[in-house]
Design a binder for this molecule. Structure first.
Ligand code: GLN
Ligand code: ZN
Length: 764
């Protein structure tokens, strides 16, 4: 029999119960016990749901209150010194590591956060040194396995594998120069042994051990470590399903197939082409192959016929008992259930499949491959055939005007009229910015009042006029605030946006929206990605009204604020029937029109955010050039239609640029802002090393944490920046937008002009 499996389920709860409980706990409104109870309820509902859909391998242990990598660090006692001895409960130490803590005399910043592979999920980076004292503080895998078992549900626990855990981490500040986390493997394995042996003793037959780094080029360097780790672990552990996702194994399969593991999971959604190579490698072994044919990353209904073809090929090669039909990755990156969507048309609803529906898909596919004669299975196969045929029909209706415009893009359309050096002079005359111009990244706190007004407007409880008036008042007060604290280049604050991507999607043709399709970004922060379903175009100006209004109430220059094409694409669920390149260029043309309209309306600086350009980078280096070509071209296409006087900005959030530096330069934005408060100026050194020539605003404090940095801390940062960058190129700004912060922290925060230059506070 072919078995079915789900690698992980969303943690938020169908009605955002976990997000709400976590935030209530932070606010002191519920106790730790109440939080644990809320989490237990959602875990129970997840297990029950997946099982009820007929899935054979139900995951446990992958649930998290903040981040599963952070859970793992906390369990293995990988707790940086700065969080120890503060008199906090283990739960509060855990949250302090995730988000920093500033209360009751405790003041610690958050740990570094990084993008989880090429997704929009962020994990908390583990910090290691020779002194790291691994021990099992608690065995989450066993606890949750037992928790499910007590409910009568047999699960397959999920554990992050030892090699990925170390390789995804970094050397701590205390570590000796040249220290490599992977050197700790011999010290770490005994703790894994204990964890896995406990799981076995608790009755787990299988364990899913995630080694996602196996789809990266660099995994090849760790072949020896993988071999020694799994040779040591396999004898004491339940049967190990070694799990990879988001990419292809390529030549790594050669050593992977020789590991003493009982199963191997591969992602056939992202990399269907790897099946033949993997089949050939595992055929002579006893390894069970788990085929990730149901996407854990998108929301489209699976094309059963295509999935069955892949499955049949594996069954032919290995036999039914050695094949599992699975989701390609954890379903963490998909929303909980389509059932919560009341506003999609029946036609649209028929295109999609969220986590709960995907669980049913793997079960149906596995039964079909096992040769089931069950009427329900045949019915499901028939229905899928009809749905897919209807979707294909819809996909064939394209917008010819848009397609023609994309085909007519010329190289000249990508370039500004003059080089940066010339533009800088022209812009100086127009903008009159002082030395070390201060600005922000765009958003100001999204307060309860703003969210309430938006909700009322959406429900029709207030008129458009009332909503507009409310937003104008907000904008004006944000403008006054910036004037009062002495910022130089202002923003309107983005109160009209529910989200930087969703908002644009809602104002463009080609998108569909959900009511409840939340996906975790980091911690308790969730986003609701729009879905691109057809060709994209702009029916009319989107932000011009708000930016011009903001400009009309101040004499200081106002920066227009847009989300870039690559970021809109990456943070939406893209179409699967056409290339990402085509979708990105369509978005770029729509934004290009918006940029030109903003300039016409008198706006002199425009920021086009591209925080997702780095995360969209393919996981394999051999695929990079192709991506970077169209991604950078898309940004340029969106920004190059203006005169030299228009100062273009771009913002990149938390990104590593070491390896894509030439592309950042090729964007040719007049000013870029980047994260620099958490990564210890490492990024800035990269910019210096490559001789970056345009202006740059490295963030002077971390906005993802509620913690307010002191004035001296900011001064020190600016001094450190000036030691690296020429002062004529430096802008002063926070790391990112302030939408997730409260006003109290915000007032404490952007007062950077004073901190940076020690000039007297501005009057007014
Ligand atoms: N302009 C956006 C904001 O300030 C940028 C956010 C982001 O980069 N994630 O909110
Ligand atoms: Zn950002």
């Amino acid at each position: 029999m072919v078995a079915s499996s789900v690698l992980g389920f969303p943690r938020i709860g169908a009605n955002r119960e976990v997000k709400k409980a976590v935030e209530a706990y932070w606010a002191g409104k519920i106790t730790a016990d109440q939080l644990t109870q809320a989490a237990a309820d959602v875990k129970k509902s997840n297990w029950t749901t997946v099982k009820a859909k007929g899935v054979d391998f139900v995951p446990s242990g992958e649930f998290s209150l903040y981040d599963h990598v952070l859970d793992h660090s906390a369990a293995f006692n990988v707790i940086p010194k700065r969080y120890v001895g503060l008199g906090l409960s283990p739960l509060d130490v855990y949250f302090a590591m995730g988000r920093g803590r500033q209360a009751d005399g405790v003041d610690v910043p958050a740990s570094e956060m990084k993008k989880w592979f090429d997704s929009n999920y962020h994990f908390v980076v583990p910090e290691f040194s020779d002194e790291t004292d691994f021990k099992l503080n608690f065995n989450k895998a066993v606890e949750e396995y037992k928790e499910a078992k007590a409910l009568g549900i047999e699960t397959r626990p999920v554990v992050l594998g030892p090699v990925s855990f170390l390789v995804l981490g970094k050397a701590s500040k205390e570590a000796k120069a040249g220290f490599q986390p992977i050197s700790l493997l011999p010290k770490l394995l005994p703790v894994y042994k204990q964890l896995l042996a406990d799981l076995k003793a608790a009755g787990a037959e299988w364990v899913q051990v995630d080694e996602p780094i196996l789809v990266l080029d660099k995994a090849a360097e760790y072949a020896k470590e993988f071999t020694s780790a799994y040779t040591e672990l396999a004898p004491v552990a339940p049967k190990i399903l070694l799990t990879t996702y988001f990419g292809r194994l390529d030549s790594n399969v050669n050593f992977v197939a020789k590991l003493p593991v009982a199963g191997l999971h591969i992602d056939l959604d992202r990399a269907p082409g790897q099946l033949d190579q993997v089949l050939a490698a595992v055929k002579p072994t006893n390894i069970v192959l788990s085929l990730g044919v149901v996407s854990g990353r998108n929301i489209w209904k699976t094309d059963f016929q295509a999935a069955l073809n892949l499955g049949q090929k594996a069954v032919d090669a290995l036999g039914q008992d050695r094949v599992i039909i699975a989701t390609s990755s954890s379903l963490l990156h998909t929303p909980v259930t389509l059932e919560s969507e009341k506003k999609l048309t029946p036609e649209q609803k028929d295109w999609f499949s969220f986590a709960t529906e995907k669980a049913a898909e793997v079960a149906t596919l596995a039964k079909a491959l096992s040769g089931s004669q069950d009427a329900a299975v045949s019915k499901a196969l028939e229905e899928n055939k009809t749905s897919i045929a209807k979707r294909r029909e819809f996909e064939h209706t394209s917008d010819d005007a848009v397609r023609k415009r994309v085909a007519a893009i010329t190289p000249e359309m990508l370039e500004r009229k003059s080089p940066f050096a010339v533009r800088k002079e022209v812009q100086a005359k127009h903008l009159h910015l002082p030395k070390f111009p201060t600005t922000t990244i765009g958003s100001f706190p999204q307060t309860k009042e703003i969210r309430q007004a938006r909700a009322k407007f959406t429900k029709g409880e207030i008129t458009e006029q009332e909503y507009d008036d409310f937003l104008k008042k907000e904008i004006e007060s944000v403008v006054r605030f910036q004037e009062r604290i002495g910022l130089d280049l202002l923003v309107h604050g983005e109160p009209e946006r529910n989200d930087m991507v969703q908002y644009f999607g809602e104002h463009l043709n080609g998108f569909v929206f959900t009511q409840n399709a939340w996906v975790q970004s980091y911690g308790s922060r969730y986003v609701r990605p729009p879905i691109i379903v057809s060709d994209v175009s702009r029916p009319g100006p989107i932000t011009v009204k708000w930016s011009s209004y903001a400009q009309s109430v101040t004499k200081l220059p106002m920066k227009g604020m847009l989300t870039g094409p690559v970021t809109i694409l990456n943070w939406s669920f893209p179409r699967a029937d056409v290339s990402r390149e085509l979708q990105s260029k369509q978005l770029a043309l729509a934004l290009r029109d918006e940029v030109i309209d903003l300039e016409k309306a008198g706006i002199q600086a425009i920021q086009v955010d591209e925080p997702a350009i780095r995360e969209g980078l393919p996981l394999r280096r051999s695929d990079w050039d192709e991506y970077l070509k169209w991604a950078v071209d898309s940004f340029k296409l969106s920004t190059a239609g203006v005169t030299d006087a228009l100062q273009t900005h771009s913002h990149f959030c938390y990104s590593d640029f070491d390896d894509i530096f030439p592309s950042i330069q090729r964007l040719d934005a007049d000013v870029i802002s980047i994260e620099a408060s958490k990564s210890d100026m490492k990024l800035l050194n990269t910019f210096k090393q490559y001789g970056y020539s345009n202006q740059i605003g490295p963030g002077v404090y971390d906005i993802h944490s509620p913690r307010v940095p002191g004035e001296q801390e900011i001064k020190d940062r600016v001094a450190a920046m000036l030691a690296i960058l020429p002062d004529s190129l430096l802008f002063i700004n926070p790391d990112c937008g302030l939408k997730t912060r409260g006003w109290k922290e915000t007032e404490g925060k952007p007062n950077v002009r004073r901190s940076a230059t020690s000039s007297p506070p501005p009057a007014g």
